[in-house]
Design a protein. Structure first.
Length: 173
């Protein structure tokens, strides 16, 4: 309806759901009176749903992927490991269809048949956003080195077991 209902509700001063629901039949009647068009043909072109059609699979977001050598496939940052009674080599490099429904449930199909799987690895975020208040605390070393730690003494330069004398530092001339 291209935002017509929202605009009409605004023009009528309606801002709550109950009043909008009561106004809907009146709006629909007016809308159909102004914009309805008789079809050229009365023939119903809808096809009946076949017994082989599965709406739970048809109405999903689908992606085609290839199984790896160890029968894994990645989808939405999750690695799925296929569990199969077949020999491993039968499914290596096989094309599968990964279907995700509106609830986030995943089905993996091979030749239109579902495969059983386990979640092999769910990757974590690569970088975590840290606010500025805790940044210093997270970057700080938990335990500073002891006073006699080699880091505090510096590194002596040696050549064949003998100390090398460092050149004097150059100061401003």
């Amino acid at each position: 309806m291209q935002d017509r209902l929202v605009k009409e509700l605004r023009l009528q001063g309606i801002s709550d759901i109950d009043t909008a629901n009561a106004f809907l039949p009146q709006f629909r009647e007016d809308f159909n009176r102004r914009f309805a068009v008789q079809p050229r043909s009365t023939h119903d072109a809808h096809r009946p749903l076949l017994k082989t059609d599965n709406l739970d699979i048809i109405l999903t977001r689908q992606k085609t992927a290839t199984l790896s050598k160890n029968l894994t496939v990645q989808f939405n940052k999750v690695i799925y490991q296929i569990q199969s009674d077949r020999p491993d080599y039968a499914l290596r490099k096989a094309k599968v269809t990964i279907c995700e429904n509106a609830n986030g449930d995943v089905t993996i199909l091979y030749n239109t048949k579902p495969l059983s799987y386990t979640i092999y690895h769910k990757s974590t975020h690569q970088a975590e956003i840290v606010d500025s208040k805790t940044l210093d605390r997270q970057l700080r070393t938990p335990n500073p080195p002891a006073p006699d730690h080699p880091w505090r003494r510096g590194f002596g330069l040696h050549l064949n077991g003998k100390p090398i004398q460092e050149p004097p530092p150059h100061g401003p001339d």
